[in-house]
Design a protein around this ligand. Structure first.
Ligand code: PLP
Ligand code: COI
Length: 364
């Protein structure tokens, strides 16, 4: 890949030789996967000018990129990311979970950050192509998944605070295991009383890259005290739970599920949305409303959820001097039921009554 005079990344004429190699990689120890980066073979890239339509991109070797020092993304954080997974199923099929929702969320984010939205058809085609080219990196069922990371960013140079003249849509993939150490073992969380993730009218409701760096220091501080992550409260009243670092929050009280309503400051998680539908289909009442820390700490069960986090049971929540422990601190029954139901659909060990599964088409 190289950069033209306008500072735009230009597509490489080279195509990678191993595309379509299906044998599973022997470079990965599938039993000890964590949520970390393993470089894979191939990535997908396409670029456009601000006023031009997106073209279908191409697959190029995974590797470093050159960019103008004045790129919009480097100077003003004009960038978005997405996260989804490709699963190897019980029947050795390769499937995605609701990728159209990731495409639509990225379009909403592009609108908010004044970037040209990538058409859903190009997004899906890109996801299919890059996963197909990296099939050998998809872990065996039950050991993890291939994390698919689409990026959209202002790659052209700009000095004033305004939209970049050109944009790059790129996808790389990497095999991953559990997001939180210990997989399905329950985690201890700390409510942040000092920091907030998002404020009304800001960018909390889209997957802007700039939403994540400010969470690193609070998260590190909490981890140093032995917590897995922080829970953020709303920035206005410091009362209501918003979300958990990079995952949405649920609690269960008297067999009713509660999750914070989407007020624009919370990321509308695709896992969250799916759990709401799944739980309702299994006869549970699900309430989307403001969930106070006090209420959540008096609940019977709690969990967080996301593409990376899947469904992660919460053992305890600490706020100041108070700690609430759910049950005996082990995963509680409704959390486990929903985990089994969700992962059963993703692994195709149970029926997908919702048409959420998007199989990788043959012959891509
Ligand atoms: N909240 C934040 C801040 C996130 O980054 C994510 C991850 O994407 C989620 C929630 C969960 O969203 P999803 O279920 O779509 O992965
Ligand atoms: C995801 O769940 O895909 C996320 O984006 C979470 C995190 C890795 C940022």
């Amino acid at each position: 890949m190289s950069v033209n005079k306008e500072g735009q990344i230009v597509q490489s004429p080279y195509r990678y030789g191993h595309i379509g190699d299906d044998a599973m990689s022997d470079e990965v120890d599938w039993d000890s996967l964590t949520f970390s980066l393993t470089p894979t073979d191939t990535m997908y890239i396409t670029t456009t000018d601000i006023d031009s339509p997106w073209d279908i991109g191409e697959l190029i070797p995974y590797g470093d990129m050159k960019m103008s020092p004045a790129a919009g993304v480097l100077n003003y954080g004009q960038g978005l990311f997405e996260g989804m997974k490709a699963y190897r199923t019980a029947e050795d099929n390769i499937v995605f979970f609701r990728p159209e929702e990731n495409a639509r969320r990225m379009q909403r984010g592009a609108d908010r950050l004044k970037m040209p939205p990538v058409p859903e058809s190009i997004f899906i085609d890109a996801v299919e192509k890059v996963v197909s080219a990296n099939k050998k990196w998809i872990p065996p069922m039950g050991k993890g998944a291939l994390y698919v990371r689409p990026l959209l960013f202002g790659s052209g140079p700009v000095l004033g605070v305004s939209p970049a003249p050109s944009y790059t849509f790129l996808i790389y993939v990497t095999p991953v295991g559990p997001y939180f150490k210990g997989g399905m073992s329950a985690i201890n969380l700390l409510i942040s009383e000092e920091y907030h993730r998002a404020a009304p009218g800001g960018s909390g409701g889209v997957k802007a890259i700039g939403n994540y760096a400010p969470g690193m220091m609070p998260s590190k501080k909490a981890k140093a005290k032995g917590y897995a992550e922080v829970i953020y409260l709303d920035a206005e009243t410091h009362t209501f739970i918003e979300e958990v670092g990079a995952a949405n929050f649920f609690c269960v009280k008297d067999k009713v599920l509660y999750t914070p309503e989407l007020t624009g400051t919370i990321l509308p998680g695709i896992t969250r949305m799916s759990i709401i539908e799944l739980a309702r289909s299994r006869g549970y009442k699900v309430v989307e409303e403001k969930v106070s820390a006090e209420f959540a700490m008096a609940a019977d069960e709690a969990f967080c959820c996301g593409t990376a986090a899947v469904i992660s049971p919460i053992a305890s929540i600490t706020k100041g001097e108070n700690t609430a422990t759910y049950g005996d601190g082990t995963p509680q029954p409704i959390t486990v039921e929903l985990y089994e139901a969700l992962t059963g659909i993703q692994n195709q060990t149970s029926e997908d009554n919702f048409s959420w599964i998007h199989p990788l088409p043959e012959g891509i």
